[in-house]
Write a protein that binds this ligand. Structure first.
Ligand code: NAD
Length: 273
């Protein structure tokens, strides 16, 4: 007998990713929308989640009580804000359900709190849930290892839509971490996050970031590895938010029978080395 569909809760249900998740759950086998949650005071609370997502009525009404929504669910899909995600991490652990976190822009302290929830819960967190970007991370690590920092400079360039609130993007940082792993260095101590004015020559061995914002761009990322007389460019272009939604739902299904822990998309996709 096949397993019953996994009951998923979408938090931030009226957001760009929330709506995409609701549409993608409806299109995928093995999952169902159990509940939808928005922040208290949101004009979308009390509305049908399917109607907000452009699907027509689904009978799931958007609420503002996450714990009530989590109690009979099996997994929560969370693309909201760092403060909200820290709160959801505690509640998901309490309700013993899978927590898939796509939220970016978390501080070191917020990251620690979300990780701590992984002692009791199954948490999957990634700055990018797409297969393509996670493969790009693996390739970036290999390239950074093969092209030594004395002669090759790594720069990470990203562009997103004008509404994005954090920079560099979670994906740019994921790629920076991959490059730093390849070089055997710590990203925090080797990254140059912005440049302005008389900056002096580029310090050897650093990893630079450049951020562009505008229009409706879903996500463009390039890793440029520049040597004398040649440049290697690895890049990814997101054409549709459903790549992140499918990744997040696959992560929830993957984590369904796992032990408590803090996992990444590399674990889900079998790309961890
Ligand atoms: P958005 O602003 O369109 O949506 C966020 C939603 O969360 C809003 O509707 C907001 O009201 C809701 N929200 C905020 N606080 C809440 C709370 N306490 N309870 C319930 N709902 C709450 O943003 P978006 O473009 O959908 O992106 C959301 C996050 O996901 C960002 O951090 C973004 O960078 C990230 N993101 C990650 C990936 C990935 O693959 N990891 C992909 C795309 C976006």
């Amino acid at each position: 007998m096949s397993e019953a569909p996994m009951k998923l809760v979408v938090v931030g249900a009226a957001g760009r990713m929330g709506q995409t998740l609701i549409r993608t759950i409806a299109a995928m086998d093995g999952v169902m929308l159990h509940a939808a949650v928005e922040r208290s005071g949101s004009p979308f609370v009390g509305k049908d989640a399917g109607e907000i997502a452009g699907l027509g009525p689904t009978g799931v009404i958007i609420g503002d009580d996450p714990l009530a929504a989590f109690l009979h669910g099996e997994g929560v899909l969370d693309f909201t804000s760092p403060a909200a995600t820290v709160n959801f991490a505690g509640l998901a652990a309490q309700a013993r359900i899978v927590h898939v976190v796509g939220t970016t822009g978390c501080s070191v302290e917020e990251e620690e709190k979300i990780k701590a929830a992984g002692r009791h819960a199954r948490v999957v967190k990634s700055g990018n849930m797409s297969l393509g970007v996670n493969l790009l991370g693996v390739l970036t690590e290999q390239a950074a290892r093969a092209l030594p920092g004395n002669d090759w400079d790594i720069e990470i360039l990203e562009m997103h839509h004008k509404h994005k609130v954090d920079a560099p993007s979670g994906t740019a940082l994921l790629l920076g971490e991959a490059a730093a792993r390849g070089r055997g260095i710590d990203l925090a101590n080797h990254s140059v996050r912005s440049r302005d004015g008389h900056t002096g020559a580029r310090p050897k061995g650093t990893i630079g970031f450049a951020t562009l914002r505008g229009g409706s761009v879903i996500g463009e990322h390039s890793v440029l590895i520049a040597g004398e007389g040649e440049i290697v460019t690895l890049s990814h272009s997101a054409g549709d938010r459903s790549i992140f939604a499918r990744g997040a739902i696959s992560a929830a299904l993957w984590a369904r029978d796992k032990k408590p822990g803090f996992y990444s998309m590399l674990d889900v996709l079998g790309l961890s080395q």
